[in-house]
Design a protein around this ligand. Structure first.
Ligand code: DAH
Length: 342
């Protein structure tokens, strides 16, 4: 066969093969098969041109160049087609459906205990109280002794505590902060102390070993029980609604004398009697009283000159009452079905 025939055969087969190449890889392989420096089909033909008699070379050379160009054009065309095909495939599969609903990121919310705490704080801040926080790990002195609860005194039963080493304990009441505040400043004192407390209580619907209290303390000259009543009545109305009535029941706390439980008329049944108020028509919301002279003396205040009142409330209890929550454990279970309701 002559070289010219070889060339025309190569041109025909190459064009068929290129048109059939199904991928970029096929194309590259074909290219090497035809143009490869070592073994390429066209390369071999071009090499043999040198062996022809001189006068034949230009004609054959020209024909070879034409074949080369034609094949190159076929490659270019096929590459373009393959690119378009794969682009179309991607466009079809990666399509964005703009009619799909967006993905909703639910915003967080404030835990019911935190929002209750904030409401309590805001009410007292409005009355000119400052806010102070004391340590959660206490000494026996601040948690008991300075609050007129001596060692071995039966009233310690009211605060079953977690004891740590070296006389330290997890505070069982925020009342310990009364002592910290009075030790650090002279009267007049007007402060609330919110914080966590711990007790070795058996867990049930109304008890948990960890809970929150807000303590209040006001000390000045000529403070009377009437001031205590006025302040806590105002608080009860601000917290539970302006129609609420309050009542003060005699009670006992070692660090106050006299002591009183603050009651509000039941806001569930309006005082008629129901499950929440245990048919009494009244709900206890906190403990309170006039600061015991011994406590004032202990921090170096003159009980002849200064008097004061104190109160302490459980934040969980206030939240449960105001939002009709019937189990304290719900606050600590992190169940979104519960938390989302508030
Ligand atoms: N600390 C008391 C308790 O944990 C609550 C309390 C009662 C605080 C009377 C007071 C108070 O400041 O005057 O049960």
């Amino acid at each position: 066969m002559s070289i010219l025939e070889d060339l025309s055969e190569l041109k025909n087969t190459a064009q068929v093969e290129i048109a059939q190449a199904a991928s970029e890889q096929d194309v590259t392989e074909l290219w090497t098969k035809i143009f490869g420096r070592k073994n390429g089909q066209l390369t071999a033909i071009l090499r043999s041109v040198k062996e022809l008699p001189k006068e034949e070379r230009p004609k054959v050379g020209q024909a070879a160049n034409e074949v080369k160009e034609t094949i190159e054009q076929s490659f270019e065309k096929r590459r373009g087609e393959l690119y378009q095909e794969s682009l179309q495939k991607r466009l079809n599969s990666e399509q964005v459906d703009v009619t799909l609903p967006g993905r909703w990121a639910e915003p967080g919310r404030i835990h019911l205990l935190s929002s209750t705490m904030r409401r309590i704080k805001d009410i007292f801040k409005g009355l000119g109280y400052s806010v102070m926080q004391g340590p959660e790990i206490e000494t026996d002195y601040y948690n008991f002794e300075a609050l007129n609860i001596p060692a071995n005194h039966p009233s310690r039963d009211m605060w079953d505590s977690f004891f740590l080493r070296e006389g330290l304990l997890m505070r069982s009441q925020t009342s310990s902060n009364q002592i910290h505040v009075m030790e650090s400043q002279e009267p007049p004192v007007r402060v609330i102390c919110p914080g966590k407390c711990y007790r070795r209580d058996a867990v049930d619907a109304t008890h948990f070993w960890e809970f929150h209290q807000v303590e209040g303390l006001l000390v000045d000259e000529k403070v009377t029980f009437a001031d205590l009543r006025g302040t806590l009545e105002l608080f009860a109305k601000a917290m539970f609604g302006s129609r609420r009535k309050t009542r003060f029941n005699p009670s006992y706390f070692p660090f106050t004398e006299p002591s009183a439980e603050v009651m509000v008329d039941c806001f569930v049944c309006d005082g008629k009697g129901c499950r929440v108020c245990k048919n009494s028509g009244w709900i206890e919301i906190m403990g309170s009283g006039m600061v015991h002279p011994k406590v004032l003396k202990g921090v170096g205040y003159d009980p002849e000159r200064y008097t004061g009142f104190a109160f302490g409330m459980g934040v969980e209890r206030i939240a449960m009452l105001s939002c009709n929550v019937d189990d304290i454990r719900l606050f600590y279970e992190d169940d979104l079905r519960f938390l989302r309701q508030f």
